[in-house]
Design a protein around this ligand. Sequence first.
Ligand code: XIL
Length: 449
Amino acid sequence: MIERCQGNIRPKSGPRARTAVVLAAAGLLAVTTAAFLPGTASAGTTLGASAAERGRYFGTAVAANKLSDNTYATILNREFNSVTPENEMKIDATEPQQGQFSYGAADQIVNHARSRGMQVRGHTLAWHSQQPGWMQNMSGSALRQAMLNHVTQVATHFRGQVVAWDVVNEAFADGSSGARRDSNLQRTGNDWIEAAFRAARAADPGAKLCYNDYNTDDWTHAKTQAVYNLVRDFKQRGVPIDCVGLQSHFNSGSPYPGNYRTTLSNFAALGVDVQITELDIEGAPAATYRNVVQDCLAVSRCTGITVWGIRDTDSWRASQNPLLFTGSGAKKPAYDAVLAALNGGSTPPTTGPPTPPPGGGCTATLRDATRWSDRFNSEVTVSGASNWTVVVAVTPPQKISSTWNGTPSWDTSGNVMTMRSNGSGNVFGFTTMANGTWTRPQVRSCTAS
Ligand code: XIL
């Protein structure tokens, strides 16, 4: 079945997307007109498909021991296109004895997700909590070394399988101090966070590296400002960081703030992706869930949302009933609100368009999207210009087989694509046939015209 489109070709999550542009025999591309038939079964009717339509993912935390629960797996497989292991990649799970690594439960989740085309967020490489006993008892340079070895080993094991890592989790203190949280890791020296990021980059250069925390949602809070300053400092000094995770556990003591969208867009303006990584909201009010989704959609670098569990009974805060499905697996009003928001029209940004960098340039950021056994999608977000030209290269024998939201042209090799804006917005995408090579496509340039 082929997608019905009016005007723009929009990103789809399945092979039906490959109608926009077809690779011709000589390595050149010919634009074809899509045949018009009724729409797909899934687009717009599940969280993952609807988020993909907006160039984003919709994920959930997953517990390995629940994958055999039929109701759980059915909802997971139907609704979500991203997965975060809830506990299975934490330090106590992956290195229970020093130097002895254990990946069974994490691998189970990764395999479940990736064999179904879902992406995986890795959580988490360095954290003061859920440390194994041996690590809790360590300090000083021995602990620093052990932490870096852990980051290296785990990121290496999952290299190429994890789209984004929460490299460091919860390193700042609550309250008004804006200080680092005291922990054994912090006591190894203030540079422990950047050391962890550098080790993660070296071990898995293809993964996005995130700093993740809670109570960093309200722009006015000292903790939010402290994380903002850390990210700004890292970007200025060239410490590798690609994203900021806002856990966004909302409840009466830590409610959804009215300036949440401002927080998302201010982090994004530092040149990092923003991800909502552990969303749950006490009582699951539909209006608040809707606001969170609309806020993310209003910020182009808010690349996805993960809820921290599937059914209320799966939640770490089950008594708050904070999730999108009831204990028996029924959709709650919050589910309907989230789906409608994902399917809704574009929401006006609270802040104006970004100022173009000097010299008429723009910034193009490529992220991995859905992956299948033979091909994968990439999405490129352009900031700084509305009329843009972006050059992207794939690695032979890879071939781009379809594109959306832009007008492509090709060099004679067929490996370098020049994509021009066509009025469809600032996110374009393409599908690459891997032909055995899974190297991430490279953005070569972005030019404003
Ligand atoms: C929680 C899990 O959901 C629980 O199962 C576990 O007992 C404790 O950790 N911030 C985080 C997550 O980054 O890893 C935490 O997950 C919730 C708070």
